[in-house]
Write a protein of this length. Structure first.
Length: 487
């Protein structure tokens, strides 16, 4: 009996020893059942399996954005597990730290272990792919910021439209911020500081000053002096087409808008023939110019536009002069030797007063019906003076007005009525001109024209008309007036 009990005792003891050794070995290879690391159940797992289990719960990064419509906070999560996130833990050391020799005590409690990461890695390319899919990175969710700007209210006033920050991020800042958040193991990334903002607001002092100046620019009136007492004016509506404000608060002139306005003036005033003053050789000023003048002007929209542009951004009402081109009419021979009347434009001349150094550049022929005299000035210097005989008064009156030399001919010239002259300079078609008359006339000047005048031409002594013929060129103005008759 005693022997049997002894055998049973040794057997139980042997089993306990074997069980102890087995438990000791097990606790060195695997975590004891029920063991948790950082709250993750790793019981019965070896160190590698435990590290893998810990990475099954990879971090989640919450990105705090703005809703494009409401501007309220909008959260979106990035699962780092999808970015091949992997953290390293000292699970092997934790396994070694299990109480191998006193493992039976583990039967009566549940071990809980806390481990810190020793390192972690992730695929940055995959992380950036996640970033590109964020709400704030999509074009349809972007609202660009808008600076304060100026608009007119149609009443010569300028209104400041307030700036708006919109809802658009600096994408590179977002990428950098999220990369930094992950590297620093943050659980949230607030990107509110990555949103773009307006650069200029309505309370900016410079902006306020420009707004005030702009209002002054738009509220003024610009008057264009067309000719004589004719004026055209424009204000806010046209000014807003011509003057715009740049983002840097400077002004730009819309050249095309200015030119378009001047072209409208050109359509309204295609040519002008008007009375103007002539400083006569006698020293007085007489009005000259008639509706039948051939010394015409056409409106020059390009040069008028250049006159307008400098005053557009000035303060206060402004006045500018319209520009005109001379319509030059001359007689030219065609290939068959026939004289034909030709018109062309001579730029650079403006309407104004006649006389030395003025509209005609001081070169012109002056004929006074009252004095029966003719003068020729060249650049303001008197080159020729002579008595003449004009058309017989009240019968064949020589036309008064402003004309120009159309055609010149030296030699055997057959005049109307069959008369012959050596020199001929026409100023109205082929009917009126300046020519010699020595074949039938030996006296000039005085009151001859009242009872023995010409048929309308200007009869001139031979020696004087020959000099004039050499000096006066095509298009030389011919100004004829009769002060006593107001012509």
């Amino acid at each position: 009996m005693k022997k049997a009990l002894k055998i049973i005792g040794w057997t139980v003891l042997s089993l306990l020893v074997v069980a102890y050794i087995a438990g000791n070995v097990y606790s060195r290879l695997r975590f004891w059942p029920g063991t948790t690391i950082n709250g993750v159940d790793v019981g019965t797992m070896d160190a590698v399996q435990a590290e893998k289990a810990l990475n099954e719960t990879a971090p989640v990064l919450t990105v705090i954005q703005k809703d494009a419509e409401t501007l309220e906070e909008k959260e979106e999560q990035i699962l780092l597990k999808d970015c091949d996130y992997w953290a390293s833990y000292e699970t092997a050391a934790a396994l070694d730290d299990q109480r191998h020799m006193t493992w039976p005590l583990m039967l009566f409690k549940t071990p809980s272990i806390t481990l810190q990461k020793t390192a972690f890695t992730y695929d940055e390319n995959k992380l950036m792919q996640k970033v590109e899919k964020l709400y704030c990175m999509q074009d349809e969710n972007k609202v660009a910021p808008a600076d304060a700007y100026l608009v007119g209210n149609g009443q010569n006033k300028v209104i400041i439209e307030e700036a708006d920050n919109g809802c658009e991020v600096n994408e590179e800042m977002v990428r950098e911020l999220i990369r930094h958040a992950v590297d620093n193991e943050s659980t949230a990334a607030d990107i509110s500081g990555c949103y773009l903002t307006a650069n200029r607001w309505s309370d900016d002092q410079i902006f306020q000053a420009v707004a005030k100046r702009t209002e002054s620019i738009y509220s003024k009136t610009i008057t264009v002096h067309i000719v004589d007492d004719i004026y055209e004016s424009f204000d806010e509506a046209e000014l807003k087409k011509m003057v715009t404000i740049n983002e840097d608060l400077t002004y730009s002139i819309n050249d095309q808008a200015v030119l378009d306005y001047c072209k409208k003036l050109a359509e309204k005033y295609p040519t002008v023939k008007h009375r103007r003053g002539l400083l006569t050789s006698r020293g007085d000023v007489v009005p000259v110019g008639q509706s039948w003048d051939t010394y015409d002007y056409t409106f020059d929209p390009e040069r008028t536009a250049e006159n307008i542009k400098p005053v557009l951004t000035m303060i206060g009402d402004m006045s500018v002069e319209a520009c005109w081109n001379r319509v030059v009419v001359v007689m030219k021979e065609d290939k068959d030797g026939n004289n034909i009347q030709t018109e062309y434009i001579q730029p650079g001349l403006n309407e104004g007063e006649f006389g030395p150094g003025t509209e005609t550049d001081g070169t012109y022929i002056e004929i006074s019906i009252d004095d029966q005299k003719m003068w020729y000035y060249e650049k303001g210097v008197l080159k020729l003076e002579t008595d003449v005989v004009t058309g017989e008064k009240y019968v064949f009156d020589t036309p008064c007005g402003i004309f120009s030399i159309l055609h010149k001919s030296a030699g055997h010239n057959v005049l109307q009525g069959g008369a012959i002259s050596d020199y001929w300079m026409s100023f109205i078609g082929g009917q009126y001109g300046i020519h010699d008359a020595y074949r039938w006339r030996d006296a000039y000047g005085g009151d001859i024209y009242e009872w023995d005048g010409s048929h309308g031409c200007v009869n001139t002594p031979l020696e004087k008309v020959s000099e004039l013929f050499e000096m006066a060129d095509y298009d030389t103005p011919v100004i004829i007036y009769e002060a006593s008759e107001g012509r």
